[in-house]
Design a protein around this ligand. Sequence first.
Ligand code: NAG
Ligand code: NAG
Ligand code: NAG
Ligand code: NAG
Ligand code: NAG
Ligand code: NAG
Length: 655
Amino acid sequence: MAILRSVLLAVGWAVSSVSAIDISIKATGGNATSHQYGFLHEDINHSGDGGIYAELIRNRAFQYGERFPVSLAAWSPVNGAKLKLNRLDEPLSEELPVSMNVETGNADGRIGFSNTGYWGIDVKKHKYTGSFWVKGAYEGNFTASLQSALNGDVFGSVDIESTSLGDDWVEHEIELIPDTDAPNSNNTFTLTFDSAGVKDGSLDFNLISLFPPTYRGRKNGLRVDIAEALEELHPTFFRFPGGNMLEGDSIDTWWDWKASLGPLRNRRGFQNTWGYQMTNGLGLMEYLLWAEDMGMELIVGVYGGLSLDGYIVPEDELQPWVDDALNQIEFIRGPANSTWGAKRAELGHPEPFELNYVEIGNEDWLAGGAAGWESYKKYRFPTFLKAINEAYPDITVISSGATTDGYRIPEPGIGDYHPYRKPDEFLSEFNLFDNEPIPHVIGEVSSTHPNGGIGWDGPLAPWPWWIGSVGGAVGLISYERNADRIYGTFYAPILRNLNSYQWAITMIQHAADPALTTRSTDWYIWELFAAHPLKETLPVTGDLNPLFYVAGKSTKDSLVWKGACYNTTDHESVPVSVSFEGVETGTRAQLTLLTGPEDPYAYNDPWSGVNVVETTNNVLEANEEGAFEFEMPELSVAVLDTHFEEESELEESSK
Ligand SMILES: *[C@@H]1O[C@H](CO)[C@@H](O)[C@H](O)[C@H]1NC(C)=O
Ligand SMILES: *[C@@H]1O[C@H](CO)[C@@H](O)[C@H](O)[C@H]1NC(C)=O
Ligand SMILES: *[C@@H]1O[C@H](CO)[C@@H](O)[C@H](O)[C@H]1NC(C)=O
Ligand SMILES: *[C@@H]1O[C@H](CO)[C@@H](O)[C@H](O)[C@H]1NC(C)=O
Ligand SMILES: *[C@@H]1O[C@H](CO)[C@@H](O)[C@H](O)[C@H]1NC(C)=O
Ligand SMILES: *[C@@H]1O[C@H](CO)[C@@H](O)[C@H](O)[C@H]1NC(C)=O
């Protein structure tokens, strides 16, 4: 018998006297699946601007909306320059009508301005690239530099010869490699010029932009450390752009994908629903490239005729919105010689993107009260469904409601379920989809509220926490065991900037300093489950609770068992015996076990850097009955897989 003694001894769990949970897995009789793990991204709480979108300069183009007045936020004068917002008769573009006027006044020598970035700027010895636009006659050099906000230390600077003549806006490129890494991220970007070289007393600046190296080297791309933390989750499914961002606060402020395309100087920005004006630098094209670079299949949300203020597009005014959705789909997957496919080709991507899933609206049961869903059921969803099915019979159209919440979905539409739950609730919902014939996606999910609390009327837990993560794992198992009808599971929201948030439960936490980029306890569980994708579920028998599990054949044709152990009797470990039909004595499998801290409320803290999740890998051998035997401690999660890298340095367990 191969038991995990090395693990048991290493962490000192008492060997349980409880009798083993016997789990038998049949070799056939399951269902083919294409279930995938992924996440939702929208620009909530600076997870786009100031988050994964790598732009370092905050308020780079003085964008604004009705709710967010134009301002000089994040900018300060240097050496007595006078900064003011300016509306020139000839602005940089119609979309960016306000510039920053920098007046020399009585100041002598080099003057200019600095920017604080998104709560700091990370400065490393690598190449920064960017540009700024100037209007006004200036003879001399501009100096762009990265400096400490604490003591003015300059880590790197570059001189850029002015080509500004006076009447026209002129773009100046910046390329800057600091001489040294800054000791912390409390840094600024500074641009100065010689006041004596300014002909008419002032210069106007706009679209002042600076990027560090980006993920896959894409221009206008993603922050490397955050993108890598996402890529390491093995995501294969990507839902965007929301979420509430898609719906907008009102019909005038839904996220219009058309305004997010093309040169940055033609992007007005977007008044988002999360408390700030977005640059729209992370636009539709950037989202599509992100998905392509990470190999993720898309779910694109199209505006469905409902905004957060409860406004509902009347039936006789819906057609333009349906047309807009069809145009958006054509932009994404139409041939390069179609009207919108040609625009995509112009933007550098003649090859169509693959798009198999389109979702109509977002949570149409929430905003607008009863009328929201009534109108969705009566004409909004059916109209979109029909139009999209006619034009693209192969696209699966997703409704923004779930049958499990009581919403009927006209076929061939499928549902979308958004469980933000207490960990215990994932246990009570374990069978929710077992008898549900209509396919769904779990378009947003996470453990958000502590057990025993008042749920939505109370605050979110402050961080993803261990018991929350294990409860969430029970949820993931409940979806994957119904993987023939649950096509994908999406974590939401995925990112939060530690300097500006209210929604505390996110997969990854970040700030300007990449050292603070933190994988939460949820991250480890999703990474593990997603690393072992199934192509087929297999029938399983055995007792459930406290152990929850699913089994199947992996895409590599190996046999896989995924399990989560929740609260046990007297906190004792649970002996487990997993037998796969047809597996012979001596067959080897790798058990990856995630165990947590003693305190079920413990979490991964960005500032201490402590990871409370312990990962143990062991190779097991099937016993005389062909069973793999091991123990699961209370609040642990595991995957057993007969496919593993033999050559890796795995500790082999012994008798
Ligand atoms: C963050 O998002 C929450 C919604 O979850 C919103 O209420 C809040 O205003 C946002 N905060 C900031 C600073 O963006
Ligand atoms: C930078 O340092 C100043 C002075 O100590 C402090 O007030 C500010 O909050 C710091 N900013 C960041 C982003 O750490
Ligand atoms: C301006 O900068 C360039 C390098 O970009 C340098 O060659 C030149 O000497 C500088 N001119 C002055 C007046 O400092
Ligand atoms: C686009 O090109 C394909 C061949 O590549 C052709 O069959 C089709 O008719 C063209 N469509 C239009 C609208 O020109
Ligand atoms: C599990 O234990 C936690 C305490 O760690 C408790 O809050 C929770 O309600 C328990 N849940 C169940 C289903 O036993
Ligand atoms: C296969 O699908 C059917 C119908 O959805 C379901 O009843 C059955 O439990 C599934 N079997 C497995 C092993 O997932």
